[in-house]
Ligand binder design. Structure first.
Ligand code: NAD
Length: 259
């Protein structure tokens, strides 16, 4: 059982990360939340996890675009909880624009947060996991770790990068009871998807209804993935029954990548 283990979930004040944090807490895992947002709302979410699930829930506002802040987040969790057993690299942002107009600062931001942050948290967490001969690293990648879509050059590059990082660290840590996997969701209805609709409308000259149809056109199920489904997969990947799953890029995309 995962009871009593400690997990850091990056970008967990919203969307998929928050659902993953709640799903781990439901298994008796203490959680460190991270991300941005309204402080009162974040405190409500944190306190609700403690009262609902009877675990310790902490919060860090670390800005993970900075490598030192990623290492600092792991150090904070380690100091407060004693160990970091599970790391979920989930924080991520999107920007939609044709490559010739893609802002340099957005490229740098997306590579820093969606890719380099995972390198820095992994680097900081692996020594403790190796020493204890147990660890779980789960990266929220994307279908865009496996296939591309136009106008998302930075995001697709970063997500393909995290696929490579996942496989490499899986090989290095396999002898130490550590697994490293990526979840590759298709379109999940979260604030991240909601926010890109106006830019996609602009880039493609479409209405909102057309953009939603276009997103779901990728998914043969014609349904958005739910955050709860992604969270349930994360919990399974952390379980002992998943100990032989490592270096995997697990699709959860309603059949998108199978096409
Ligand atoms: P979201 O916008 O709901 O959540 C993103 C989280 O990251 C928030 O908690 C936000 O505060 C946090 N964050 C943003 N900038 C940060 C920073 N500098 N430092 C620390 N935290 C920061 O998005 P989501 O849809 O839940 O996305 C979560 C992950 O899932 C991302 O990596 C995303 O690429 C991936 N993903 C999402 C979808 C989808 O359709 N929603 C599909 C595939 C993959």
């Amino acid at each position: 059982s995962l009871k009593g283990k400690n997990a850091v979930i990056t970008g967990s004040t919203s969307g998929i990360g928050l659902a993953i944090a709640r799903a781990f807490a439901a298994e008796g895992v203490n959680v460190v939340l991270n991300g941005f947002g309204d402080p009162t709302e974040i405190e409500t979410q944190r306190a609700d996890i403690e009262t609902t699930f009877g675990v310790t829930a902490l919060y860090s506002d670390a800005d993970l675009t900075k490598g030192a802040a990623c290492a600092g987040l792991i150090a904070f969790a380690d100091k407060a909880l004693g160990t970091v057993d599970i790391v979920v690299n989930n924080a991520g942002v999107q920007h939609v624009a044709p490559v010739e107009e893609f802002p340099d600062d957005k490229w740098d931001l997306i590579l820093a947060l969606n890719l380099s942050a995972a390198f820095h948290t992994i680097k900081a967490a692996v020594p403790g996991m190796k020493a204890r001969k147990w660890g779980r690293i789960i990266n929220t990648a994307s279908a865009h770790a496996l296939v591309a879509s136009p106008f998302k050059s930075a995001y697709v590059a970063a997500k393909h990068g995290i696929a490579g990082l996942t496989k490499t660290v899986a090989l290095e840590t396999a002898p130490f009871g550590i697994t490293v996997n990526a979840i590759c969701p298709g379109y999940v209805w979260t604030p991240l998807v909601e926010k890109q609709i106006p830019d996609t409308m602009k880039a493609r000259g479409m209405t909102e209804a057309q953009v939603k149809d276009m997103l779901l056109a990728e998914q043969p199920t014609k349904q958005f993935v739910t955050v709860e489904e992604v969270a349930a997969l994360a919990v399974f990947l952390a379980s002992d029954n998943a100990r032989s799953i490592t270096g995997a890029l697990q699709q959860m995309d309603g059949g998108w990548v199978a096409k």
